[in-house]
Design a protein around this ligand. Structure first.
Ligand SMILES: C[S@@+](CC[C@H](N)C(=O)[O-])C[C@H]1O[C@@H](n2cnc3c(N)ncnc32)[C@H](O)[C@@H]1O
Length: 228
């Protein structure tokens, strides 16, 4: 037996199964599980459980995220789409009126994104390119986006993300930057690295509105939300 409840965010749910609550989204591609997540039916609607240990956005929500700019109808530029674990939940949330451009540099990884996500979801546009060279894919991003979500685990991830932001993000849009501390510095405390990357965003003229340490879901990772 399961019980579905709305969360405080549109198209994001809590499902209680055997006394335990799990985050979930409504499956835009019924019958398809992207990364082995459990599918749950309730009142004729299929939901996908959303694993906070596999998706940093779910980890941030589980840790009490207050600012969630991804909603039905949102246009998202997603850097580091990988095999589509988080992209697929973003696709569920934005629904058919939204759009997610998923940039992924590795063709091997992107193949899985195509097979498991793009094939079944019309609101995901794959871009197999390096986020360091936004000019190479500018032609595909035919409108300014509401949100830029970046999870590329690079030493210069903040700079790459800002370059994409200045090119593709709407004024007043939101930037979500995942900071992987150990990609940036091998020894500095995670909290110092997160603060330093947040300051880079402020120095570039953005307003940082929320910072979450993703521990225990992702150790040594920060989740920063900023207004563009
Ligand atoms: C930590 S994984 C992303 C996981 C994904 N965001 C999720 O939650 O499902 C980082 C991904 O970024 C990709 N990546 C790294 N550098 C990149 C770049 N310069 N441009 C585009 N993708 C990049 C990697 O190939 C990898 O798939």
């Amino acid at each position: 037996m399961s019980k579905v409840e709305n969360s405080e965010f549109e198209n994001v749910y809590w499902i209680e199964i055997s006394g335990k609550k799990y985050l979930a989204t409504k499956n835009l591609a019924p019958g398809i599980s992207v990364y082995g997540e459990r599918l749950v039916k309730d009142n004729g609607v299929e939901y996908r459980l959303w694993d906070p240990f596999r998706s940093k956005l779910a980890g941030a929500i589980n840790k009490g995220l207050k600012n969630m700019p991804i909603k039905p109808g949102t246009t998202v530029l997603y850097l580091g789409a990988s095999t589509g674990t988080t992209v697929s939940h973003v696709s569920d949330i934005i629904d058919t009126s939204g759009l997610v451009f998923g940039v992924e540099v590795s063709a091997r990884v992107a193949r899985e994104l195509m097979d498991k996500v793009v094939k079944y979801r019309k609101n995901v546009i794959p871009i197999i390119e390096d986020a360091r060279h936004p000019n190479k894919y500018a032609q595909f991003i035919f409108k300014k986006t509401d949100v830029l979500y970046s999870d590329i685990a690079q030493p210069d991830a903040t700079e790459i993300t800002l370059n994409n932001g200045f090119k593709f993000l709407k004024k007043g849009g939101y930037l979500i930057l995942i900071v992987k501390a150990r990609s940036i510095d091998p020894v500095l405390p995670t909290s110092d690295i997160i603060k330093r990357e947040a300051k880079k965003l402020e120095d570039a003229g953005l307003k940082v509105i929320e910072i979450i340490n993703l521990n225990p879901y992702d150790k040594e990772h920060g989740f920063i939300v900023a207004l563009f």
